[in-house]
Design a protein around this ligand. Structure first.
Ligand SMILES: Cc1cc2nc3c(=O)[nH]c(=O)nc-3n(C[C@H](O)[C@H](O)[C@H](O)COP(=O)(O)OP(=O)(O)OC[C@H]3O[C@@H](n4cnc5c(N)ncnc54)[C@H](O)[C@@H]3O)c2cc1C
Length: 431
């Protein structure tokens, strides 16, 4: 039995390795360098398209926890990242050239490995794991669209930041819908002075560089800073319009109001409505913290702008990233709606070990939402799919402790991390 893996990116290389080391024959198909994506530069395996940082290595950070879990489970990407790391304080950063070369070398060292250098345009023979990334070629994207019954896969040019509900100051913010319809939104009321100061900071904030898509970025949805630069009242008549909203503490309609919409089934994460942005991350934190009620906001996913192709996973994928309608076709990486190098790696890992279990006639292992790896699977496969947006790993998607943990946020995160690693220890025995 041969499993085809499409895409030699982070997810595809991890998926291939997990199958190879379990004795499965793997055919890995990659189109680069013959056909490049708008962001990749060459034909290297697991090319890091932007930063060389795999983010924090600290356990009290969800990205650090995800890495610790992957290390325990012999992830190829983590092993090589550790081998090729460069000093980066509390983060894990790599020498991208040796990182890529070593991954290729390890995969080629397996006798059961076959590499094909061509563009995949149709869904290949099953079983297959498709890890074609956010910049999946058009022809394959069209085939995936047909397979998943979506007229077109989601593309977005800009996304709004997502923050944790627990970091919102409810002495100022309040839950209410417009015109008293329900309480689905969290509202942050602004006085005229607060609004003016905020607009001034927003239009003068520093914008991030956008990679490769300069011609297209403004066509999809307009970043909030661009909207604001069209005139000081633009937001007051747009996403910050206060019409139909009454601040219960003052019993009056505020001058302007920023609304936050729930982002996850667990009701722990909220996105700032209409605030898609490509400000630099530090600037997002600085400027959005000026919104009353968001002074201490914890941003778990910053607004970003680049082309992104992803399937509406809650509708079509299960928690192992396999198609609900045909488990011999699975997906891995950012195309599933996880976001980030390590998240893409984790989803390639989970797709592959789950595929292996199924092909062997064994029961799939449930990583549960107690672990960061499992929580990503649950995040992409739950909910209705309406407003589904890619997500970095964060503590908001991992199951909260049942009991109150004393000692503040860090103590709570430590508890969650240690509980996750205990669970991974158990899982390792049966994987
Ligand atoms: C511009 C940009 C910058 C980013 N910067 C960061 C960052 O700094 N930090 C971070 O954590 N995340 C970043 N990301 C998000 C994400 O983590 C990366 O895109 C990551 O590489 C995704 O891993 P992947 O394996 O899903 O896809 P990729 O690593 O992109 O791998 C997909 C592979 O599939 C191949 N492929 C595509 N279509 C076909 C086809 N039809 N046939 C054969 N092969 C095909 C591609 O050539 C590619 O090699 C960025 C994304 C983009 C687009």
């Amino acid at each position: 039995m041969t499993v085809t893996v499409v895409g030699a990116g982070l997810a595809g290389c991890e998926a291939a390795y997990q199958l190879l080391k379990r004795g499965v024959k793997v055919k890995l198909i990659e189109m680069r360098p013959q056909k490049l994506t708008p962001a990749h530069l060459g034909g290297g395996f697991a090319e890091l398209v932007c930063s060389n940082s795999l983010r924090s290595d600290r356990l009290e950070n969800a990205a650090g926890l995800l890495k610790a879990e992957l290390r325990m489970l012999d992830s190829l990407i983590m092993r090589v990242a550790d081998e090729t790391s460069v000093p980066a304080g509390g983060a894990l950063a790599v020498d991208r050239e040796s990182f890529s070369a070593r991954i290729k070398e390890i995969l080629f060292s397996f006798e059961n490995f076959e590499f094909v250098n061509e563009e995949v345009t149709a869904i290949p023979e099953e079983p297959v794991i498709i890890c074609a990334g956010p910049l999946c070629s058009d022809a394959l994207a069209e085939s995936i669209g047909k397979l998943t019954n979506e007229e077109h896969l989601h593309f977005f040019d800009a996304a709004a930041p997502i923050i944790t509900k627990s970091s919102i100051n409810f002495d100022i913010a309040f839950s209410a819908g417009r015109y008293d319809r329900g309480d689905d939104y969290i509202n942050c009321p602004m006085t005229k002075d607060e609004y003016d100061a905020f607009i001034d900071a927003l239009v003068n904030a520093e914008v991030a560089e956008v990679h490769g898509f300069e011609g297209q970025v403004f066509e999809g949805c307009m970043p909030v800073e661009v909207m604001a630069s069209r005139g000081p009242q633009t937001l007051a008549f747009g996403p910050c319009k206060p019409v139909g909203i009454v601040d219960p503490r003052k019993n009056q309609t505020p001058y302007a109001c920023v609304q936050l919409r729930r982002d996850d089934a667990k009701d722990t994460l909220y996105n700032i409505v209409g605030f898609q942005t490509h400000l630099k991350f530090g600037e997002q934190k600085r400027v959005f913290s000026m919104i009353p009620g968001l002074e201490n906001c914890e941003i778990v996913r910053y607004g970003v702008m680049h082309r992104n192709t992803f399937i509406c996973s809650p509708k079509v994928l299960d928690r192992t990233f396999a198609l609900k309608s045909n488990k011999n076709i699975a997906f891995g990486g950012q195309i599933t709606g996880v976001e980030g190098y390590i998240e893409s790696t984790a989803s390639g890992f989970l797709a592959a070990v789950s595929m292996f279990k199924r092909l062997n006639g064994e029961e799939e292992v449930d990583f549960t939402d107690l672990t960061a790896i499992g929580a990503l699977g649950y995040y992409v496969s739950s909910g209705s799919g309406r407003n589904f947006q890619p997500m970095n790993v964060n503590f908001g998607i991992i199951a909260s402790p049942n009991e109150k943990i004393k000692g503040g946020k860090q103590a709570r995160y430590n508890f969650i991390a240690n509980r996750a690693l205990d669970k991974i220890k158990e899982i390792k025995e049966i994987l």
